[in-house]
Design a protein around this ligand. Structure first.
Ligand SMILES: [Fe+2]
Ligand SMILES: [Fe+2]
Length: 202
């Protein structure tokens, strides 16, 4: 049996390996920036919920959007956001992403029961409105939290073609609806306040 610090060291190595394996699939749609920010939020949420499993939540957040790489580039920007025309590609990035994640996690020697939990979170992270578990809640919250950060707002309002102040006002109205945990609601509000402060400071 490995002691806790050895186990943590091995897990850290696995996280680095996952980022490396995900990188070639995250070079579109600013997904590399998104995943890094959401990974940090996932870490903060995990500190609030010791009953959640970091070995599910962190791999799921790193791999959740790799399926976008299978969507033709010219179709990408009609496939998400407030102006999305239909959700075929949104659904496809979940199903394809779950298969790709299964391959990556299997090749890294993840146990089957963990792979199944991670891929079922990925397979529905956007389209399934209810959460399957506490782990799923934290992934869903961390995924959306980046949208409230200065970086997320700057990227999103431009690609959605919505004026920055209008987009910020819209985000103010969706925190309750989007977030599962009270801590994520607080983090979203805190990040959005930072966005508003930045505008005032300019
Ligand atoms: Fe997604
Ligand atoms: Fe995402």
């Amino acid at each position: 049996m490995k002691d806790k610090s050895t186990h943590n060291k091995i897990f850290k190595g696995t996280i680095n390996a996952l980022f490396q394996r995900a990188a070639p699939f995250l070079d579109i749609r600013d997904n590399d920036v998104h995943v890094q920010i959401s990974y940090e939020f996932a870490g903060r949420l995990l500190k609030c919920y010791p009953g959640a499993d970091q070995e599910i939540v962190l791999p799921a957040i790193i791999l959740h959007d790799i399926g976008w790489k299978t969507i033709p580039e010219e179709e990408l920007f009609n496939s998400f956001g407030p102006k999305m025309k239909d959700n075929t590609n949104q659904r496809r990035h979940e199903t394809e992403g779950a298969k790709m994640a299964d391959d990556i996690l299997s090749s890294l020697g993840f146990p089957r029961n963990k792979i199944d939990q991670i891929t079922s979170i990925i397979n529905g992270h956007d389209t399934r409105l209810e959460a399957l578990s506490l782990n799923d809640q934290l992934v869903k919250d961390a995924d959306k939290l980046w949208r409230f950060t200065p970086t997320g707002v700057d990227i999103d309002h431009k690609r959605f073609g919505i004026k920055r102040d209008e987009y910020v006002a819209y985000l103010d109205t969706v925190i309750e609806q989007w977030m599962f945990t009270p801590e994520a609601k607080e983090m979203a509000q805190e990040a959005l306040n930072q966005v508003k402060e930045d505008v005032k400071g300019k």
